[in-house]
Every structure is written in structure tokens, then in C-alpha cells.
Design a protein around this ligand. Sequence first.
Ligand code: DGY
Length: 327
Amino acid sequence: MSKPHILLARAVFPEVVDKLRAVAEVQTNPDDTVWTSAELIERLRGKQGVFTTGGDRIDAAVLRACPELRICANMAVGYNNFDIPAMTAAGVVATNAPDVLTETTADLGFALLMATARRLAESEHYLRAGLWTKWGYDMFAGSDVHGATLGILGMGRIGQAIARRGALGFGMQVIYHNRSRLGPDLEAQLSARYVSKAELLEQADHLILVLPYTAESHHAIGQAELSRMKPTATLINIARGGIVDDAALARALKERTIAAAGLDVFEEEPRVHPGLLEVPNVVLTPHIGSASLPTRKAMAHLAADNLVAFFTGQSLLTPLNPDPRTR
Ligand code: DGY
């Protein structure tokens, strides 16, 4: 029987390519070019599988142009780049890469929180610019992380991993808001208290966003929400661009209606809103939440394992929609 054809939309670890080559004809993207939708379609025609990252959009237009496509495996836990209803209607399986990145992403969330609250980026720039000539009593005085109130918006796996770090490691009071409230045992285990979104905004010293990006969460944090936050508060976004209205946040940071922000994700990645680049009270990182080498390898292997499972007649590891093979 002839081998299936798989497209790798971006460059990936060589051992992952080898794993896929054992079961399929594989077309790689060795230059790691970010293709337009038309370029992706051109390469995807006639292929049955695709390995994507969070920036590669699979929508109705791609599905119409590539009727032989059967499976899309995302090397990301977030899958807002997939039109799941369109994929399900077309009988195309979608998979993502959950769990393997939970702790690493929570670590980055905490790193950004610490860096933002304690003004690490600002003070490092100051030192590198040769401006440090003497110690000052209030030099780069930020806010405390330990003992503060940590607000978490979105309490899935990563939110819970952040809650554990806050409560157990830093003695923080953890409050959260989520579409569905956690069970009492889990709340007790995490020392986390459920509050309304308004209470979360008003009470948090540090607010961290860990919710998925959907039509409902678009601009979940805009001018109205920012104006409810404490003027001393920090806002951390490790979830997805688009959850925060970046223009409104840039204004709030400039006018100091909140103290600072730490952002790993942006509305128009890799473009960053110019207003955010102008203000000193923001720490900016280029979507590196899951970027430890072991975790990135685990994510890539999980995406590849889903493709291998599909093409060798095994059950999918992390499906997002019904598998037409089992109907
Ligand atoms: C994820 O896995 O969703 C990360 O944000 C990387 O895209």
C-alpha cells in the first residue's frame, strides 16, 4: 500500500521528521518559512496529514482546497488556529498537544509575574545603559509577589499549576474566575477561592490570564476591565493575543492606571502594538510560554505521535473532534 503524504508546515526537530518518515512521505519546510494561506494550500494539496504550529491556520478555505486532508496535528495546546466545526463537517481530525507543556508554561507565567512586579527588565536596561551610578532608596521599587493576592482568569490545567506555585511557593491568596467553577476538593487542594470576574479585577494584586482564545474571550480585558483594576496591579498574559485589547493596555500603562504588565502573547503576532514598545512598565517576550527544550520536544513528539497513530490505525492520543474512522 502506498504511504500517506504529510506536510510539516514549519521546521521541527529532525528526530520528529524521522518518526513521521517511518510511516509517510513527508514534505518539510527546512527554511522554516511562514507561509501565507495560499502558499500553505499549494503545498497541502494532495496530502492527507499536516503538522501545524499555532500560527498555521486551517479553515474552511483550506479544507475546501485540500479535500484529501484527513488529519491536522497541532504542536500547541491552544487551537484557535483551527476551525473545528469546519474540520468536523469535512471529516478532518484535529489534535492538539495538551499536558506536556503545563508546568513549563506555568513556570513562564510565574517568571513574567516576578519580572513584572519586581521591574527586572527596566532595571536591567538601566544597568546596561550605564545609568547606574549610585544606589537609591526607591530605585526600581516594585511590588511584592509573596503574600499578595493572585488573580487567575481561566482555571484549566495551566491556571491550576500557577495557583499551586502561588499558594504553596509564595504564600499568595489565590482567587480565580472561570467559565465553570472547580469542585470543592480541587479548590481546597489549590487553596483557590472562586470570585466573579468583577471581584477578580478589583481584588487581584497580580492578574494572570490563562484562558483559551474564543469569540467570547476576545478583548476579555479591555478599557472597562483595566479601569476596574488596582492602580498598583500587574497584568500578565500568557494565554493568547486578542484576549487583551493591546491598544487599551498600552494607554493604561502609559497613564499608569495599572502599574505594569508582562506579556508573552499579542494581538497581531509577531507585530507588537507600538504603544507597548514605548512604555517602560511592560515586560515583553515573544510567545515563549512552552519554550523549554524538553517541553518543545515533547509537544512535537505528541503531535507526530497523533499523526503516526492515525496512519497506522491506532487510537488518537489527544483528539479535539470525533474521529471519522470510529464512526
Ligand atoms: C500553545 O501550546 O498553545 C502555546 O501557546 C504555543 O503556541
